[in-house]
Design a protein around this ligand. Structure first.
Ligand code: KG4
Ligand code: ZN
Length: 334
């Protein structure tokens, strides 16, 4: 089954042609980062306008890259939510138009399901599994017993982990998105600043607004005293706390749910500290760990095509009335 997948939930216009939920025949990702960088974050109005400008170009390019004609496609999969509503609507309208004109099934895909199924492009998912989804918009722990069955066991109560990275970067005058730069700086610094371990309790929930405020206050106090912040040390102290809490709660979930497979997904899965901490713990506890390559960690349509294949197997198909949702729970009926 060959699926044309469309993803436009935030600041990447992406399309992909995916065979049988696992083979990437061609993916195009048009990032708007350079435009949003000027404003220090994603500007929703600019994002949707950029999607409109790129969507037909990306379609033409992906069909060329995958060497297929639209007639050869069996179904269209699209991210319907969550995300920026204006951005989502552009991809959704393109998907609905193609499905209608070429009479193809339309498969609605939840963005987080996509991030999880990015791993299926690397290696077939093995169940039961725990997925740690960490991105600019999400921080979630999901339990899966079989394909396309999602149980959310915890998540952030406020900021997403990537969002927190980007805000800390802003305090340090690092351009958007600052996550990758903080990661690089952390490797050069020492853990010398005292920061709180966020929401260190028995739940599977996370909270990152406290540590973000702690970094803002620390920076402010040091500047007031006329001291200069040692940016690498602050990045290292911050990253260590984030890695510690993510690792602690993920390992606890694996143990309590008696699960031997862990997958990590989302843009922050690219983080070297999180990767190496989870790798070490998984070796110690005999857990199989899968992390997608960087290309499939950040937003892309290949992951939507992979998830769409398994959604279709479960009979998840929409009619032309499918609407975009800025907020929606993974696993809820659409
Ligand atoms: O999954 P993604 O592309 O978009 C969302 O769905 O949100 O994730 C983007 C986020 C940004 O916040 C970015 O700063 C963060 O992932 N990120 C990182 C790293 N690479 C990307 N955060 C920490 N360390 C990294 N190496
Ligand atoms: Zn994402």
């Amino acid at each position: 089954m060959t699926i044309l997948a469309i993803e436009s939930s935030c600041d990447e216009t992406s399309m992909s042609v995916i065979k049988d939920g696992s083979i990437d025949l061609g993916t195009v990702i048009l990032s708007q980062i350079d435009i949003h960088k000027l404003y220090g974050g994603v500007v929703p109005e600019i994002a949707s306008r950029s999607h409109v400008e790129s969507i037909t170009i990306v379609l033409e390019e992906v069909l060329n890259k995958a060497n297929v004609k639209i007639e050869d496609i069996d179904a269209i999969a699209v991210t319907y939510g969550p995300g920026l509503i204006g951005s989502l609507l552009v991809g959704l309208l393109a998907a609905k138009t193609l499905a209608y004109i070429y009479n193809k099934p339309l498969i609605p895909v939840h963005h987080i399901a996509g991030h999880i199924y990015a791993n299926n492009l690397v290696k077939r998912l093995e169940f039961p599994l725990i997925a740690l989804v960490i991105s600019g918009g999400h921080t979630e722990l999901i339990y899966m017993e079989e394909d396309y069955s999602f149980k959310r066991i915890g998540g952030t109560l406020d900021d997403a982990v990537g969002e927190c990275y980007d805000k800390v970067a802003r305090v340090l005058n690092i351009p958007y998105p600052g996550g990758p730069s903080i990661d690089k700086m952390a490797k050069l610094g020492n853990d010398t600043y005292k920061l709180p371990l966020p929401l260190n309790d028995d739940s599977y929930d996370f909270s990152f607004s406290g540590i973000k405020s702690a970094v803002i206050n620390l920076n402010h106090n040091e500047l007031q005293k006329g001291n200069t912040i040692r940016k690498e040390d602050l990045a290292c102290s911050f990253q260590n706390k984030v890695v510690e809490i993510l690792t602690k709660k993920t390992m606890k979930a694996l143990k309590e749910y008696n699960v031997k497979n862990l997958i990590v997904a989302g843009g922050v899965a690219a983080n070297s500290g999180i990767r190496s901490s989870l790798e070490q713990e998984c070796i110690k506890n005999n857990i199989k760990l899968t992390v997608p390559p960087i290309l499939y960690c950040t937003d892309n349509a290949a992951m939507i095509g992979a998830a769409g294949y398994y959604a279709y197997q479960k009979g998840i198909i929409s009619d032309i009335n499918l609407n975009a949702k800025a907020n929606c729970e993974l696993g809820e009926n659409i």
